[in-house]
Unconditional design. Structure first.
Lengths: 455, 455
């Protein structure tokens, strides 16, 4: 609390906040234009409904590159161009199926999805005994007892975390490392409880990776409802075995692209302000909140600057990053180019936490003076019920940290995000136009201030 | 900004905030219990799906009284009782229909709903020319030119208001007074653009009232999409007339009830802390956000106190108010009884703005010292991203103001509320369990503090 008083006082004295009245009027103009005339929602409808799933390396992924480039040209970006990057090509060639084989021999279907980057089962599927563990500690106690079995990690997202990303961070290791940790002891497959904050019938996929020291065993996620079904059946000793069929796997690497739309700065064109989201999604969803929303919000910054005739001093780039979901190749490539092209990458803002009502913008830099200068803009965001926090960023812009870039992330309300994240329920209809546009509005307002006052 | 610094400093010095660490632990315990084990969501499912619409005076309304009383008994409230009140009985006896009669004689259906409290058309319906006005100023210019016609108020909720309740307040007068203002000049009916923040096909009802000086003409709301259809057709002179059939009207008054569940205070039983929502809904909706949510959140306060063994010093009452939508008879009756029963009504908190993520609790009293004492609790709510604001309350608790009660309202995120408010889309599925329970958690935490420190 005393710290927040200090930040407020710092703001009053800051040379980076000397035109409060003028800035407040401009912020209002920007936000209202987006609330009334913004294109983000209709662009999102196109991305979700006319393109649909767009995993890196897939036909949908390629189409999304072409279409978002077109959108930014139509918005009047000075330049629109692609940055080539190689991406892993993970494909799912059939429908994932699973069944509980009861002690009496009867089967009961289970709703599952293969985890991203995982290798599938043999064509005939995999049938084995199942052993449930709550966490890695239990696995480590069982050790070789899991040999020849399917390990079922039944670790739920902890509902006690008010900010759901903390629960996701806590539970994520079972999806990421669960397969190899079980394979080490001879398991033949793993089922993880979906990283979902609600009970429903939709399994949630997401990236996993293998430790090359152990056999690559199949890895699937099960819906939260069916995780409970499976767990209850195991506890009551009603289960004989589980059958899993997952047809998927890695097929090398292919060429893909980041899409960049830019307004060239009038005074300091070599000072680059980046705003972005990732254009790739998982193959089972429209990727509306993750991260179609961040893409259309970032493009909206370009649109509102052009439509309101705001001529930035610095160069503003909206970037549709490629391959955030299963490789981060786009973000890495962007930073690699940035390290060599002679420009100064002063600031980057990512929106990749859903298109929900914006609650805050979080700012990170090792120099807290830079962070506090931006936090001093907080009064300008009070009308929008948005705070400026210390700490935030995004996966795609993360690699810019080594260039000294100030990183920031849009932090929307997180309560609903993990209901739909990486699941078939992440569709356009789950997005509210007002929430999406309000988020785009505060992003554009923040970029306006960074352009005006620098970092 | 300087004012908020002052509030923070007042908090540090306040005698009403002397056990911060202890209170923080208790708040956490309360909120976590509700997030993990809360019953509000399942109670809401029952109210929406097993009872459904529950307009005051309807069979659903009567069933809701019985069932919410049962719920509070099952939660272990010390006493559960009813407060009788007479409510207006407005009924809809048939399906509301309307059609655009094109210049070529063809008809095109329009989606409408009669406004609450309005009188319907003749059994054969009403067919007349239509004249569109943007606002009352245009009506006052037209005056007698509306004679014999249907007036179409096409005033949209203003999307520029970031807080949507301000847009609702701005546009509400057309629904409330539009009929009589047009009837004064001889209009035979009115159509109002639904008070909705999104374009869709669902008309939104809501209360209207007649000025007894003028004939009571039919009054309906049209979906936002069809408002645009009608407006475009009028502009292109493609419309001949509009046909409306609405079968509804007032049928006197009937007996109904507030439902009160109470935990008796151990030290100051005559100091009453009220927490409530309204149990009535419109007849065309499940009333999930409006206001099933507020009811189940208020009951949840009773549940968590009982289940955690918290014995309040003061008397805590959860009140399911009757007839908020079209009469406020329940709230008025509650205050009438309060004025005479010898108890002190020190504080009342209402949740009637939707079951969305809580953003703040707003506190009102003519004595700003009382308000600031409660605002000083703000640091305890930071973990939940909830602020304590000056200004707030609720319609049902409003009549307690004259008794000197400190009034407060839960203020959830408002972006989606008017998409579904008073429309058939206000259903259980539109509510998020986490959002609903987080709201109940901060309400229970606030009530805990009021009980501990008084007002």
């Amino acid at each position: 609390m005393l710290r927040s008083v200090a930040v407020v006082l710092a703001g009053l004295l800051s040379p980076f906040f000397i035109h409060a009245q003028e800035d407040s009027v401009m912020m209002r103009k920007i936000v209202e234009d987006i609330l009334v005339r913004g294109k983000a929602y209709e662009n999102l409808r196109f991305i979700c409904k006319k393109i649909g799933p767009r995993l890196s390396g897939s036909p949908g992924g390629a189409k999304a590159v072409v279409e978002t480039a077109r959108m930014m040209r139509e918005m009047g970006a000075d330049t629109v161009y692609l940055q080539e990057c190689m991406v892993p090509k993970w494909v799912r060639t059939g429908r994932d199926t699973a069944a509980l084989i009861m002690a009496n021999g009867k089967g009961q279907p289970l709703k599952i999805t293969a985890l991203g980057n995982s290798e599938g089962t043999a064509a005939a599927g995999l049938r084995a005994n199942v052993i449930e563990v709550k966490n890695f500690e239990e696995l480590e106690q069982l050790k070789d007892q899991v040999k020849g079995k399917i390990v079922f990690y039944n670790y739920a997202m902890n509902p006690r975390f008010v900010r759901t990303f903390n629960a996701y961070g806590d539970a994520g290791k079972y999806r990421g490392q669960g397969a190899s940790r079980a394979s080490k002891y001879g398991a033949v497959g793993v089922i993880i409880r979906s990283l979902a904050s609600n009970p429903d019938d939709f399994p949630h996929t997401g990236a996993m990776s293998y430790d090359s020291a152990y056999p690559k065993i199949p890895a699937v996620a099960i819906s939260t409802n069916d995780a409970d079904v499976l767990s209850n059946a195991l506890r009551k000793r009603m289960v004989s075995q589980v059958y899993i069929k997952a047809q998927c796997g890695m097929q090398g690497e292919v060429l893909s692209h980041n899409v960049v739309g830019e307004i060239r700065g009038s005074e300091y064109p070599n000072e680059v302000i980046t705003v972005g989201g990732h254009i790739d999604s998982w193959d089972l969803a429209e990727g509306a909140h993750d991260d179609g929303a961040g893409c259309v919000q970032s493009m909206e910054v370009i649109r509102v600057f052009k439509d309101l005739g705001i001529k930035p001093k610095r160069t503003i780039r909206a970037v549709m990053f490629q391959n955030e979901e299963n490789g981060l190749r786009g973000g890495s490539k962007y930073a690699d180019i940035a390290a060599k092209d002679g420009n100064k990458y002063i600031f980057a803002l990512e929106s990749d936490a859903g298109g929900f009502t914006p609650r805050s913008i979080g700012v990170s830099h090792e120099d807290s003076v830079k962070v506090n200068r931006m936090r001093a803009w907080a009064p300008l965001f009070e009308n929008y019920d948005v705070k400026i926090n210390a700490g935030g960023g995004g996966a795609d812009i993360g690699p810019l940290r080594k260039l000294g870039t100030v990183l920031a992330g849009l932090q929307p309300d997180s309560q609903r995000y993990f209901d739909i994240h990486h699941a078939a329920t992440d569709v356009f209809e789950a997005v509210s136009r007002r929430e999406l546009h309000l988020g785009a509005g505060v992003m554009a307002g923040f970029i306006y201030l960074v352009d005006k006052y620098g970092n």
